[in-house]
Ligand binder design. Structure first.
Ligand SMILES: *Cc1c(COP(=O)(O)O)cnc(C)c1O
Length: 414
């Protein structure tokens, strides 16, 4: 009797890596080890080509021209919106708005929803582990309305304290703004559960998905949130383009964020009326090449086994944790149960930025500092960390290079 054989799916990271031309280069005489993916991801050749092709062959302004090129550009631009809608599991692509990125998306909601809706005494719950982009826009909206931004406690492991969250969740809470994955620690937050509880308490939920979409598939309907946002550049796409998805009835009721061309129905000095979704929120000439490049990135990802890629990233993180465990004075910051490929750490006697520079001399790119999450650093009582963040194209050799680099730093500094 044969036991059923378990099939081990090997993810071929080296093969994926070859699709990204920048990764073939040397930095400071060493092969590039790019471990700053939480800041921005690299771009596959097909994305670079899609952008170049657009400018070479189709460039024209969208939605306005009667001519063929404009029509072609518009078709590609709107097809890109459809791609994003499918990517997020959204059935109506009019709910997908183009922005410059996560930061602008959150500001859009803070201006067009929060400033209109919030009153004195209302509350916005924001966990301690948020990126500054998901804190400051709410503080500005709170200042303007008399509402209050209330932090949700985080445990020493770097996870949202759900009991404390429940205690804060009363009828003053109008919005919960939470990241799907922490950019500083890699914590994968239980946003589905958070959204369920928040909505049951009558609050809306905005999920900052900037760190999530590059690591695993996301379906906003299944998450049950009201707004979801991400940036193209952390999803193997270009900078300067991002997405805000919002529930249609919410977006319909929100006033425009920016005024200008494209977003109007009719303009007169007696008063102007506004265009329908999504154009109401897209004043001026959009980042057409960016949208097309982002769609190319999404298309590229459809050819990647994403579950295997996520498992591969988990392996890289587990190997990093295991191989650094015996380095004296090295301490991982946060220990989330579910983590998306981020290793954040400090080392006694070695300032994070010194370690970062030493690694750079060996061709290893990491991030050091507070990672735009100063409240979290304060909560975890560290001034900053060194952060290695993995993506699907990183390999076990990258982990080995990092660990060797840290060991070298350790001998130099201790
Ligand atoms: C990067 C990041 C942001 C900001 O994204 P931008 O592209 O700079 O607008 C916000 N939140 C998280 C969790 C991020 O990782």
């Amino acid at each position: 009797m044969n036991q059923p054989q378990s099939i081990v799916v090997e993810f071929d990271a080296a093969d994926v890596r070859r699709d990204f031309p920048i990764l073939a280069q040397e930095i400071n005489g060493h092969p590039l080890v790019y471990l700053d993916n939480a800041a921005t991801t690299q771009k596959p050749e097909v994305v670079i080509e899609a952008i170049a092709d657009y400018y070479r062959s189709d460039n024209a302004n969208v939605h306005r021209g009667v001519h063929t090129l404009s029509d072609r550009a518009t078709q590609k631009f709107e097809a890109a919106r459809e791609s994003v809608a499918r990517f997020l599991g959204v059935s109506d692509s009019r709910e997908v708005l183009w922005t410059r990125g996560t930061t602008e998306s959150i500001n859009l909601v803070a201006y067009s929803w929060a400033r209109q809706q919030l009153r004195t005494g209302d509350r916005i719950l924001v966990p301690w582990l948020e990126h500054h982009s998901d804190i400051v826009p709410w503080q500005l909206a709170a200042q303007a309305t008399g509402a209050e931004v209330v932090p949700v406690p985080v445990t020493d492991r770097g996870e949202i304290d759900l009991d404390a969250f429940d205690e804060l969740l009363d009828d003053r809470v109008r919005l919960v703004a939470v990241n799907h994955v922490s950019n500083a620690l890699g914590t994968i937050n239980p946003v589905e559960e958070i959204a369920r509880r928040a909505r049951a308490a009558g609050a809306l939920v905005l999920v900052d998905g900037a760190q999530a979409v590059g690591h695993f598939p996301v379906n906003v309907e299944a998450l049950g949130c009201d707004f979801y946002t991400f940036s193209g550049h952390k999803l193997f796409g270009p900078t300067g383009i991002g997405v805000l998805w919002g529930r249609g009835e919410l977006l319909d009721a929100m006033p425009p964020f920016l005024g200008g061309g494209e977003m109007i129905e009719r303009v007169s000095f007696a008063g102007s009326t506004f265009n329908a979704l999504p154009f109401k929120f897209e004043a001026g000439t959009p980042h057409i090449a960016g949208a097309i490049g982002l769609a190319a990135a999404i298309d590229y990802l459809s050819g990647v086994d994403r579950a295997a890629a996520a498992a591969h990233e988990e392996t890289l993180l587990a190997e990093t944790i295991a191989r650094t465990a015996d380095i004296p004075g090295l301490r991982r910051i946060g220990a989330p149960t579910r983590s998306a490929g981020i290793f954040s750490f400090v080392m006694d006697g070695c300032h994070p930025s010194d370690l970062g520079m030493l690694l750079d001399e060996q061709g290893i790119a990491v991030r050091t500092g507070h990672h735009c999450a100063q409240p979290l650093m304060e909560r975890l009582a560290v001034p900053g960390t060194v952060r290695a963040s993995y993506s699907m194209y990183n390999t076990l050799e990258d982990v080995e290079a990092l660990v060797a680099g840290i060991r070298k730093a350790h001998t130099l500094f201790s």
